[in-house]
Design a protein around this ligand. Structure first.
Ligand code: NAD
Length: 361
């Protein structure tokens, strides 16, 4: 990979390669854009086969965080960190060494939990830095707020695409009944919505069948069900040239990150099938909103209020996509870029006002 060419194209500000001799901790921290505020993004620990894979992941995920924060209208930038290693070899020394690197950025990067980083690990990282959030479980915790954000996104999409339908008349499929999927099923059930679920683990689907009367379907069947909404809450890359032709739902609205296998090709393919796609980083911003509010010490009421930004941003995106004849993926990107540009311009304006007033002394 040509590093400078790649980060120029993707718009990154800084990428840090961190190594600790004692623990052999190897991490990459990427700050994508800090125009809106300090870069926020969780830390993932993964046994990447190649260093290049780790770099690709951290660059893509940090850029996604910039767009996520901008669309959610919260004043933070986009960042992400990956630690390269086997989760089984995670030691206190490694986590603490990582914490010291985070601390050395003096608040330009604020992190939290992602894959293979537990609340206990966050506590260890916190021994070395205060620039780490998570574990407070305010407003129901990030999983609850992510699911609530997805529910609000479904509401916005239904109002836009199926205005004649009441919520209780809907049929929704949920792919992946993990932390978020389960919470989403609970919320759908509270509105009397019929739920269809699939998961590779039968105990997960059995639980929501028992609790919320969900109908269990085979993982392969989930795409082709005749329902109103398909909610991907499992893996990324599941919207691709093999699955999209099977999808009958007129709306895709789910929590999974990086749902489009190829953003350009597959967002257009969905558009050509008149399927309304809720861009993943807009609809799944509930977790980020939760940890941001934990960071600023704001109350639960404020967190829940901010979650409504997901509903409003999605409606803006749908209207803009329709008016401009572009995909919802493109419209979301434009919305985020405009908000970032406005922040940059207002910084330039205040800097020039400062220079003018300073020159009078
Ligand atoms: P999780 O690991 O708890 O749940 C994922 C579930 O998907 C598991 O039960 C797994 O068995 C199932 N699954 C995997 N492959 C499947 C397949 N092919 N078909 C059906 N089920 C399958 O994860 P989670 O925390 O619930 O997150 C779900 C998704 O949402 C992930 O993509 C995650 O990145 C994204 N997300 C989560 C949060 C959060 O707050 N947890 C926030 C934003 C985005």
């Amino acid at each position: 990979m040509k590093l400078f060419e790649t980060i120029r194209e993707m718009g990154h500000e800084q990428v840090f390669f961190c190594h600790d001799k004692e623990s052999d901790m190897r991490a990459i921290i990427a700050l994508h854009d800090t125009s809106l505020g300090p870069a926020m993004g969780a830390t993932r620990l993964w046994p990447y086969a190649r260093e290049e894979d780790a770099l690709r992941d951290v660059l893509r995920l940090s850029r996604g965080m910039t767009y996520k924060a901008a669309c959610a209208n919260i004043p933070v930038g986009g960042g992400k960190a990956v630690i390269i290693g086997n989760p089984e070899n995670k030691t206190d020394g490694l986590l603490k060494a990582y914490g010291r690197f985070v601390d050395s950025l003096k608040g330009r990067f604020i992190t939290g939990q992602d894959v293979n980083i537990s609340s206990e690990d966050v506590r260890k990282i916190r021994q070395e830095t205060s620039y780490v959030v998570g574990g407070a479980e305010k407003a129901g915790g990030p999983v609850f707020t992510t699911a609530l954000g997805v529910f609000l996104g479904i509401k916005a999409a239904v109002e836009f695409r199926l205005p004649q339908k009441e919520l209780h008349e809907l049929k929704v499929t949920v792919q992946g009944i993990g932390n978020v999927g389960k919470n989403l099923c609970k919320q759908l059930h509270e509105y009397g919505i019929r739920i269809f679920v699939s998961d590779l683990k039968s105990e997960n689907t059995e639980e929501v069948k028992h609790l919320y009367g969900a109908t269990i379907v085979e993982p392969k069947e989930i795409y082709s069900l005749d329902v109103d909404v398909f909610a991907p809450c499992a893996l990324g890359g599941i919207l691709n040239s093999s699955t999209i032709p099977l999808i009958k739902a007129p709306i895709i609205a789910g929590a999974a990150n990086n749902q489009l296998e190829n953003e350009h090709i597959h967002s257009r393919l969905l558009e050509s099938k008149e399927i309304l796609y809720c861009p993943d980083y807009v609809i799944n911003a509930g977790g980020l909103i939760n940890v941001y509010n934990e960071m600023i010490g704001s109350d639960e009421e404020n967190t829940l209020k901010q979650l409504n930004n997901i509903y409003h941003s999605l409606l803006d995106i749908f209207r803009r996509a329709k008016k401009e004849g572009i995909t919802t993926h493109e419209a979301a990107k434009h919305l985020a870029e405009e908000r970032i540009m406005r922040a940059k311009n207002s910084c330039l304006l205040s800097a020039s006002a400062f220079r003018t007033s300073a020159s009078q002394y």
